[in-house]
Design a protein around this ligand. Structure first.
Ligand SMILES: [Zn+2]
Ligand SMILES: [Zn+2]
Length: 217
């Protein structure tokens, strides 16, 4: 399997996901983002995957996959990247302490955390995938294949182009680690034997975009 085939297959797998009923302990989470479309078939509109995330310690998937939606977390990389992009898109300057401990005491930064969380709730959908072991290797493979697919492109209005992080700004996914990794054909084959789609995570307060699949299912 080559990278383009793997990217198509991953998008198709996640696109058919049911609503999440049971959380796996370990694995990956993927974002699909409103306004972003895959490049594999112009006759079939499928949301482009714009982030893959994971966790280190065993059992931490549920916590890591929801902190950017449920907690007042300045420490979340998702909140940091999305927040800096939202502010820059408005033409405003980011505080130097953004994401650091001082920003917790700053009213402007706290407001930006809220905006960032709203964007994530309203404009992204999150698909949870179980990986029983070596989930960090699976994350590296996923990020590598998503960033090297030759046919999926970011849209002209993709929010990520405004973020402070240079790697994300110049790329097409909200990841800055492992984007240079080029998965081998063997690694890609193995990746699909390791992952099992668990379902789409959503909260009742989510937007129409996030809920769409739930209502159809
Ligand atoms: Zn501040
Ligand atoms: Zn692709």
């Amino acid at each position: 399997m080559n990278i383009t085939e793997a990217c198509k297959q991953l998008h198709e797998l996640l696109n058919g996901a049911p609503v999440l009923r049971h959380w796996p302990k370990n694995g990956l989470y993927f974002f699909q983002e409103e306004g972003e479309t895959w490049g594999h078939d112009s006759n079939r509109v499928i949301s482009r995957i714009t982030r893959c995330g994971s966790h280190q310690k065993s059992g931490r998937l549920p916590g890591r996959a929801t902190e950017h939606r449920t907690q007042n977390s300045n420490g979340s990389a998702v909140v940091r990247h999305f927040g800096s992009a939202l502010l820059a898109r408005e033409g405003r300057d980011l505080h130097e302490h953004w994401g650091g401990p001082q920003s917790r005491e700053c009213e402007d930064c706290r407001k930006l955390v809220g905006q960032s969380r709203s964007y994530v709730s309203n404009s992204t959908r999150e698909v949870i995938v179980e990986v029983e072991k070596e989930w960090e290797n699976a994350e590296t493979t996923a990020i590598g294949l998503l960033s090297h697919c030759g046919v999926c492109r970011r849209s002209q209005s993709w929010l990520g182009q405004h973020t402070r992080n240079e790697v994300i700004k110049n790329g097409k996914i909200w990841n800055d680690d492992a984007v240079d990794h080029i998965p081998t054909p063997e690694e890609l084959d193995r990746f699909f034997t390791m992952i099992k789609v668990a379902g789409i995570y959503f909260r009742r307060s989510s937007s129409v975009f996030a809920r769409l699949v739930y209502e159809l299912s």
